[in-house]
Design a protein around this ligand. Structure first.
Ligand code: SF4
Ligand code: SF4
Ligand code: FES
Length: 265
């Protein structure tokens, strides 16, 4: 017989004028290989059909089931109850707009942030659809792929002290996205162009570098590498803008390093 799990779940429906924020207690017997996703579905099916939470893929791919699990952002479908204490406390992700109970709207936040960071390839080239695809170096393609693995779950934003304090902060996911376009040879933006986008306190200079983001990222993206790299690169760009003569110095001479997927920090 499995453990008797006690769930303390945040309940609030902002659409319902009679709803008040509260914690609600549920009990459930633990089964073999039970994930939080399974537990929540059983609670909804067997005890409380009004419980609101999101899921889609059950495989750690869609990012929809992210929530705060015993104080730590994570994916419900990738969290086994056996790895949690018998009392499991669930809250919705902070920062994002609450839809109800454990469900938040991450889509609007990510769309706004990607618009703000101009998260697309900037090029003046006219694409001829009949031409053969341009080849890309394998190493570069792998670097881009590594950063493209983000599933937009929002865990890194929820774990970020700066994002909790200021709602214009881009957060690790958007900064990682900028790093992805910096690597891409098809993007013709200059360092100054990127500086325009992220060289502020709402961008890379607002990051406190404590790396809660990397600790909770369920896809283990190399966020620490990216944030450090962007901070050094944008710092040098700021100095070059202040002292134009420095612009002639090659960045690699200033030891800012370069992007190494999953490599040393
Ligand atoms: S390292 Fe920067 S982006 Fe990551 S959690 Fe800390 S402040 Fe946020
Ligand atoms: S960087 Fe990681 S934690 Fe942040 S949104 Fe992407 S997958 Fe989620
Ligand atoms: S349901 Fe898709 S990541 Fe959990």
């Amino acid at each position: 017989m499995g453990r008797k799990l006690q769930f303390e779940i945040f309940r609030f429906n902002p659409q319902d004028p009679l709803s008040v924020p509260r914690m609600q207690t549920y009990f459930l017997e633990e089964t073999d290989k039970m994930t939080l996703y399974i537990a929540l579905n059983r609670l909804r099916e067997e005890q409380d059909p009004s419980l609101i939470f999101d899921f889609c893929c059950r495989a750690g791919i869609c990012g929809a089931c992210a929530m705060v699990i015993n104080g730590r952002p994570g994916l419900a479908c990738q969290t086994q109850t056996k790895d949690q204490p018998a009392k499991i406390i669930l809250h919705p992700l902070p920062v994002f707009k609450l839809i109800g109970d454990l469900s938040v709207d991450t889509g609007v936040w990510f769309r706004e942030m990607y618009n703000k960071t101009e998260s697309w390839i900037h090029t003046n080239k006219v694409i001829d659809p009949h031409q053969q695809e341009e080849r890309m170096e394998n190493e570069v393609a792998e670097q881009i792929y590594e950063l493209e693995r983000c599933i937009e779950c929002g865990c890194c934003i929820a774990a970020c002290g700066t994002a909790r304090m200021r709602d214009d902060f881009m957060g690790a996911a958007a900064l990682n996205r900028i790093a992805r376009f910096m690597v891409d040879p098809r993007d013709e933006r200059s360092e100054d162009d990127f500086f325009e986008v992220i060289g502020t306190d709402a961008g890379i200079f607002g990051c406190m570098g404590l790396l809660g983001c990397e600790d909770v990222c369920p896809k283990q993206l190399p966020l620490q590498n990216q944030l450090g790299y962007l901070r050094r690169k944008m710092g040098i760009t700021a100095v070059k803008q202040l002292v134009p003569a420095l612009g002639k110095i090659k960045l690699d001479k200033l030891k800012i390093g370069k992007f190494i997927p999953g490599g040393d920090k």
